[in-house]
Design a protein around this ligand. Structure first.
Ligand SMILES: Nc1ncnc2c1ncn2[C@@H]1O[C@H](COP(=O)(O)OP(=O)(O)OP(=O)(O)O)[C@@H](O)[C@H]1O
Length: 238
């Protein structure tokens, strides 16, 4: 585990109860989680890792209590947060029509959404898009997979596209937090190594990452801390 003394965003839970109907994930939980570097979010199947990430994003509201990022309610700092949901390889819920659209259009619409439709000059748009492709290590040439329909990409290529979509709202912020739900699932060893190398670069550039995975091998050496969901509470191990 990598220890770090550098300052970074702090996630605070204040008396948080989180539940899906009668299924409780957290009960009156209060804690502070420093996010600088890489945070591994662990817990058994169904412990609530995906739900926790969605609560941090403000997609799901706690039944009680507050979740704050650097003292601000998370809904107010949404533009500081990038999200890669679970299950992009299988792409549940994606319609046939969405799968037929080129990957680049998906990335562009994530950027477009982030700028509320106000894109500025054409040159500026291109610059933003190119820097995003570069950060997600997606080739931009005419023969690149990014020009193919999303449904025709391999699992690893889709993961890169999903990462670019997660990075899109963040711009060049240095206090950005990326929430990645099972980003290395369904990747072979080479794809996994490549994605982890890319995440290392993002962390080195100052991005904070919270990541869930069912296979922590190789991740612990990169991580600054582990956060475990167990028995309706959060355990932070630095
Ligand atoms: N929309 C929903 N409505 C009702 N229950 C839900 C909903 N989403 C998740 N749950 C339940 O909440 C619990 C936590 O689910 P969640 O997906 O957050 O767990 P997880 O730790 O990410 O699981 P896994 O490791 O299997 O991906 C599970 O019991 C799940 O069945």
């Amino acid at each position: 585990m990598q220890r770090s003394t550098e300052a970074g965003p702090i996630l605070s839970l204040k008396n948080v109860t989180l539940a899906h109907g009668s299924k409780r994930i957290l009960r009156s939980c209060t804690c502070e989680i420093p996010l600088h570097g890489l945070t591994l979010l662990s817990g058994r199947n169904g412990a609530g890792k995906s739900t926790f990430l969605q609560a941090v994003l403000g997609i799901i509201q706690p039944v009680d209590g507050e979740i704050l990022l650097d003292g601000q309610p998370v809904r107010r700092v949404r533009s500081q947060l990038g999200y890669m949901p679970q299950g992009r390889s299988e792409m549940p819920g994606r319609t046939e029509a969405a799968l037929a659209i080129p990957a680049l259009a998906h990335i562009r619409s994530a950027l477009n959404g982030a700028s509320w439709g106000f894109w500025g000059a054409l040159g500026q748009q291109k610059k933003l898009l190119n820097s995003l492709l570069e950060r997600a290590e997606i080739p931009s040439g005419r023969t690149s997979y990014v020009h193919r329909p999303l449904g025709q990409l391999s699992g690893g290529e889709r993961q890169r596209v999903a990462l670019a979509q997660a990075l899109a709202p963040l711009g060049t912020r240095n206090n950005a937090v990326l929430l990645l739900d099972e980003p290395i699932a369904a990747l072979d060893q080479a794809g996994r190594d490549a994605l982890l190398g890319l995440l290392k670069q993002l962390v080195a550039a100052g991005t904070s990452i919270i990541l869930t995975s069912h296979d922590m091998a190789g991740l612990e050496a990169m991580a600054s801390r582990t956060v475990t969901l167990l028995e309706e509470t959060v355990h932070v191990c630095v």
